[in-house]
Ligand binder design. Structure first.
Ligand SMILES: *[C@@H]1O[C@H](CO)[C@@H](O)[C@H](O)[C@H]1NC(C)=O
Ligand SMILES: *[C@@H]1O[C@H](CO)[C@@H](O)[C@H](O)[C@H]1NC(C)=O
Ligand SMILES: *[C@@H]1O[C@H](CO)[C@@H](O)[C@H](O)[C@H]1NC(C)=O
Ligand SMILES: *[C@@H]1O[C@H](CO)[C@@H](O)[C@H](O)[C@H]1NC(C)=O
Ligand SMILES: *[C@@H]1O[C@H](CO)[C@@H](O)[C@H](O)[C@H]1NC(C)=O
Length: 170
């Protein structure tokens, strides 16, 4: 009976301390709310240490780029260009290329650096991925049918917070 109680207390403390890792990590970022919501909504964050949380954030960035690529491909297939046929076609082509480049070059490199504990380089690479989205956003300013500026901005902002979470490790 006593043993069970001790075990219960032990796991309770363990649980609380892991919840607090998220709290401490996110307090060190520029957007506590976005960081906390991203991490607490992800089942893989449970019981992770600071490094595990940074990995979760990096994979969320990867997930976001994949989502955008899928969205762009879907738009290409649907081919619903009404008023701005050539402009929107070009916008989608530029964005497809841009996000494939971001995914393969910047994000996967950031993950590679991260896994060998090169945190500075990981932060740098993920930061560059956010700056690079303007190639897509700029190509779509005149496309009324699809406007990827918001998605690009959202991604660029998210990776700043990812960088902060990695920065927590050094
Ligand atoms: C973190 O720890 C403090 C003090 O030990 C506690 O009051 C707080 O509820 C904990 N936070 C979470 C999210 O569990
Ligand atoms: C962190 O996010 C969770 C889930 O969205 C929420 O329940 C909790 O209140 C948030 N913590 C703070 C301090 O805002
Ligand atoms: C994104 O990266 C590519 C390849 O390095 C480069 O050609 C392009 O100019 C970059 N775009 C921005 C906005 O930095
Ligand atoms: C695309 O969205 C951005 C941000 O909401 C806005 O500044 C821009 O004017 C929009 N472009 C078009 C053509 O709707
Ligand atoms: C882009 O974001 C702005 C501001 O958050 C919003 O008003 C607008 O409706 C969004 N545009 C699209 C196409 O989602």
């Amino acid at each position: 009976m006593e043993k069970k109680l001790l075990l219960f207390i032990f796991f309770h403390l363990l649980n609380n301390s892991s919840a607090n890792v998220t709290d401490s990590v996110c307090k060190a970022t520029q957007d506590y709310k976005l960081c906390n919501e991203s991490l607490t909504s992800n089942p893989y964050s449970a019981d992770e240490d600071a490094k595990g949380l940074a990995r979760v954030m990096l994979y969320m960035a990867l997930h976001k780029t994949t989502h955008i690529i899928v969205y762009v491909k879907q738009m290409m297939i649907e081919n619903k260009f009404s008023d701005c046929r050539s402009v929107c076609k070009e916008c989608l082509q530029v964005c497809d290329k841009n996000y494939n480049f971001i995914l393969h070059y910047f994000v996967l490199n950031a993950i590679k650096y991260f896994e060998v504990d090169m945190y500075h380089d990981a932060t740098f690479a993920i930061g560059l991925s956010g700056l690079n989205v303007s190639t897509c956003a700029d190509a779509c300013v005149k496309c009324n049918t699809f406007n990827l500026t918001n998605r690009s901005n959202e991604y660029a902002y998210f990776v700043l917070v990812v960088g902060d979470v990695i920065d927590f490790l050094y």
